[in-house]
Design a binder for this molecule. Structure first.
Ligand SMILES: [Ca+2]
Ligand SMILES: [Ca+2]
Length: 173
């Protein structure tokens, strides 16, 4: 909330600054300012819609298949996920076909953000990035697969907050 207020304030400051920089002689009285202020109101209503898009999110990083991070040696497999300010990493499994079944309960989140997934092979020095993808969420229980060097299977559950529905919990009942 604080950041929205701050960015709204900065935007308004910017508009006022631009306004004062306009050549007074060429400035049609009132017109531009009214249009600009209507623009600010539209931005504000977009933000409040997003704040209402909320649900409870759980993510399971299930497994990966066919990884090849170390040639003939087995991959030191680790999966990572990011959502909003959340970040989690699985334990390391020495396998080209690791099963993690790592469950992450994020609690109530805003629903309009992408879930980012990566699978890496841990190495001494620089790790090998094997798979990287991002997926937008929809209400319900879903499984998706990301491909790269091998495949990773991810399962998630998104339950809209009471009174919200729609694919991203964007509609009031
Ligand atoms: Ca490697
Ligand atoms: Ca390795």
């Amino acid at each position: 909330m604080q950041s929205y207020l701050t960015s709204g304030f900065l935007l308004l400051s910017l508009i006022l600054q631009i306004g004062t920089q306009c050549d007074a002689a060429a400035f049609a009285p009132g017109d531009d300012l009214v249009e600009t202020l209507q623009g600010v109101e539209m931005v504000d209503s977009d933000l409040s819609t997003r704040q209402n898009m909320r649900g409870t999110l759980s993510v399971i990083i299930v497994r990966a298949l066919g990884l090849n991070g170390d040639g003939l040696m087995k991959t030191n497999s680790v999966a990572r996920m990011w959502y909003s300010s959340f970040y989690y990493q699985t334990n390391e499994i020495k396998s080209d076909n690791p099963t993690w079944n790592a469950v992450y309960n994020l609690g109530i989140v805003e629903t309009h953000l992408p879930l980012k997934i990566e699978v890496v092979d841990k190495d001494v020095g620089k790790d090998d990035l094997l798979i990287s993808c991002a997926q937008y969420l929809t209400q319900g229980v879903h499984t998706f697969t990301c491909s790269g060097n091998g495949q990773v299977e991810v399962n998630y559950s998104l339950i809209c907050e009471p009174g919200l529905t729609g694919s991203q919990c964007e509609v009031g009942k």
